[in-house]
Design a protein around this ligand. Structure first.
Ligand code: NOJ
Length: 747
């Protein structure tokens, strides 16, 4: 009892010393350290281990008892505010009086669902991503959730992998800036102690997206240089943004499971990046090290994990059950446990949980009009116009034949990882088109994306006769992407492609809208469409967003955050591959060009496929618009630069030369022409989003610090190498069509 009072009073004195705001004041660092030390030093070993233990929700009475025993550092999967306040009270009222960190997978919205992260990436709008995350935090924290397992920063270059939906695509730079924006939004724009903020979690650390064959949980084989240059940068950007936590990934990379990988969890994360938050395992991933054959049993797995630098055990009970014994056997030092505990208490402190452990707002902020408006804007900006033969935007179309399995699929348009958003709040295309006053004849034909039953096809064909336009809304159900939902076939599922083909044959204009969690192989479907809008899974407000895009109230502006392959056999295909010894020449000899009994020859002598050619179906950064943009008056500040603090600045004029207001996303790509190692053919280094009214021109600057030309070379050291580079300003990664090109030198 005495000890209890001592901890509390010390904590309170220290809290008042920093004004109750853990992050305020110039002495905040030392006040924080003093507070954290005072808490951790006052704990018994068992209590410290309790802080390292994360449990999943169960009966509330059981949870209260666990919290009261001090063995619950964190809880996940409970979102009932009354229950959470009860659990929190049990923790705070009993020794060691440390609040529980309440966590949840709030991935692309809590109640108001935003587009899936891959869709958000297509907006190339960091401000919107930041705002979406902030709104997610405001809504989730109103139910007591103060820690989200987001953003997912896994570079994903394989659309078979279902979790490609949860990240920002294939590119290290785009993923870095989007991830940093999400962290900022979740974490109260730099003020984690705000009761409406959530601690973010950069996951899955690291390499998870490179699973062999696109099969989830599979091994990865990422060599060190590629890890450093491609997979780690988004995680480093998150560290620079002050992300509070990391989650170790399930995969083993070249034989070492991330959960037991000291190199990444300690040497890089703490040693190089100076991270002072904490690392949580993925679900039972400490236990999975036994399945990996990396540990003899749970105890051995706990030893390997904690000694590698893994602070919190998600649901495996490996730490709770084994750390005391491991310490007494000398296999783990108590100092290691102290450090892990300190890291966790530090984040609780920064969140202001010691002063304000309970749910602080009774105001209902969920589905607030401003939140829905932001979700709609995000869905509008996430949509990518892939084809338009002039049918869009609608001019005189009033009568719409609406068909396809995603036309009125309130659950599925929300996308993967939605625990809390309710489909009753979803506005589907059917509802939104009707609300907008269109005469909608809805003939679904296929009722869900895998449906093969075309028995109602004749009804749709008959209905087409009286329609001005056919709108087909198809794609994937939400359950077909996300964790553990990988696919070997990326065509539209079920009979969707047959339906589209039949619709096209009616001769009426066909507009296809695809809602999906990944790039699909849609070459034939594009041919059977006069226009196609790719919305990914657009979330709660997908319907109204679509109406604005179809009607021309909003001009599509999204750009693909990932390469779309022609066929699965091209995978992995991504724009930033290294320069090969036999670069694409433009000369393709394809299957049908080869005569029978052809003699041995190396044909095009370059890296491509006889049945697919060099290129993808659609390249990274691609997206059409209703309007047109002209780039002119290019200027670069110099063509010779030196030192990593130097900066390259390119200015130019963009004119909206078409007939609609709209936004363009100019992109800056760079190629390092010759280096100590092979470098990518091109790398995105900067972009911006420019909104222009029709006829309007704006001067734009794209800049990049020279430090962004650094890479990890032969000796695992980051270098800025001297030499020649080429830079392009383009509206996609197809730099052959770039608006401008310039060579520069680093001296
Ligand atoms: C497993 C997933 O890999 C991870 O992303 C998620 O945050 C945890 N489960 C918790 O639900």
């Amino acid at each position: 009892m005495k000890a209890t009072f001592k901890i509390l009073s010390t904590a309170l004195v220290l809290l008042s010393a920093c004004g109750g705001n853990p992050n305020s004041g110039s002495n905040s660092q030392s006040a924080e350290d003093r507070f954290v030390d005072s808490v951790v030093n006052s704990l018994t070993l068992k209590q410290k281990i309790g802080q390292l233990n994360q449990v999943t929700a169960g009966q509330v009475e059981e949870m209260e008892a666990l919290a009261a025993s001090g063995m619950m550092g964190s809880i996940l999967n409970e979102a009932n505010p009354q229950n959470l306040n009860r659990i929190q009270k049990a923790a705070v009222d009993n020794p060691p009086h440390i609040p529980v960190l309440i966590s949840r997978d709030v991935i692309h919205g809590y109640k108001t669902i935003f587009p899936i992260p891959l869709g958000q990436a297509a907006s190339f709008d960091t401000a919107l991503v930041r705002q979406g995350s902030e709104i997610s935090a405001v809504e989730a924290s109103s139910d007591g959730i103060r820690w989200t397992f987001s953003p997912m920063l896994d570079i994903a270059r394989d659309p078979r992998w279902g979790r490609i939906a949860e990240g920002y695509g294939e590119d290290p730079y785009l993923t870095s800036v989007m991830g940093a924006a999400a962290v900022r939004g979740y974490q109260g724009n730099g003020n984690l102690s705000k009761p409406t903020s959530m601690a973010a979690c950069a996951k899955h650390f690291v390499g998870y997206g490179a699973a062999v064959g696109g099969r989830d949980y599979n091994s990865t084989y990422i060599p060190m240089r590629q890890l450093r240059n491609v997979y780690l940068p988004p995680f480093r950007a998150a560290a620079n943004e002050g992300v509070a936590t990391y989650m170790s990934s399930f995969n083993d990379n070249d034989g070492v499971p991330s959960t037991g990988n000291k190199l990444i969890l300690s040497d890089i994360l703490r040693g190089e990046w100076k991270f002072d938050g904490f690392v949580v395992s993925d679900w039972f991933s400490i236990g999975e090290m036994v399945n990996h054959g990396f540990a003899d049993d749970m105890k051995h797995a706990a030893e390997r994990a904690i000694n590698a630098g893994l602070d919190m055990d998600m649901v495996a009970n490996a730490y709770k059950d084994n750390l005391e014994a491991l310490i007494s056997e000398g296999k783990v030092s108590e100092k290691t446990v102290d450090n892990a505990c300190r890291n966790i208490v530090r984040i609780k402190y920064r969140l202001g949980l010691f002063t304000n452990p309970y749910i602080s707002t009774s105001q209902d902020v969920k589905y607030a009009p401003a939140h829905l408006a932001a979700a709609q804007k995000s869905a509008e900006e996430s949509a990518v116009l892939l084809k338009n033969n002039g049918v869009l935007p609608f001019k005189n179309f009033k009568k719409i034949l609406l068909t396809g399995p995603m036309s009125d699929a309130p659950h599925d348009q929300l996308g993967t990882w939605v625990f809390d958003g309710e489909k009753s709040h979803t506005v589907t295309p059917l509802v939104a088109l009707k609300d907008a006053g269109y005469e909608v004849n809805y003939v679904p034909v296929l009722t869900y994306s895998r449906d093969k039953n075309l028995s109602n096809l004749s009804k749709a064909i008959a209905a087409a006769k009286t329609a001005d336009v056919i709108v087909f809304v198809g794609g994937e159900e939400s359950i077909l992407s996300g964790e553990a939902h990988c696919l070997a076939n990326l065509n539209l599922q079920g009979a969707q492609s047959q339906l589209l083909e039949a619709l096209k044959k009616t001769g009426k204009p066909v507009v296809s809208v695809i809602m999906a969690g990944r790039p699909l192989t849609i070459a034939d479907d594009l041919n059977n469409s006069d226009a196609m809008i790719y919305m990914f899974h657009p979330g709660t407000m997908g319907g109204p967003a679509l109406v604005n895009l179809l009607s021309g109230n909003v001009t599509p502006s999204g750009k693909l955050p990932v390469t779309f392959p022609k066929s699965v056999g091209q995978v992995p295909i991504y724009y930033g591959q290294n320069m090969t010894g036999r670069p694409a020449s433009g000369h393709e000899v394809l299957l049908d060009d080869i005569p029978a009994e052809a003699g041995q020859t190396s044909l095009g002598c370059t890296s491509y496929m006889l049945d697919a050619g060099f290129g993808p179906l659609l390249e990274f950064g691609f997206g059409l618009s209703y309007t047109s943009f002209e780039f002119s008056d290019f200027n670069i500040n110099r063509t010779s630069f030196s030192g990593e603090n130097d900066e390259i600045k390119v200015t130019f004029l963009i004119k909206n030369s078409g007939n609609y207001d709209g936004a363009e996303i100019p992109q800056l790509y760079v190629r390092d022409l010759s280096a100590s190692i092979t470098r990518p053919i091109k790398e995105l280094k900067a972009f911006t989003r420019v909104f222009l009214k029709k006829g309007e021109s704006k001067k734009v600057e794209l800049s990049m610090p020279l430090s962004s030309l650094k890479f990890f070379g032969l000796d695992d050291k980051e270098v800025l190498e001297k030499g020649k580079f080429t830079l392009w300003i383009a509206n996609s990664s197809n730099v052959d069509k770039a608006a401008w090109k310039c060579d520069f030198e680093v001296k």
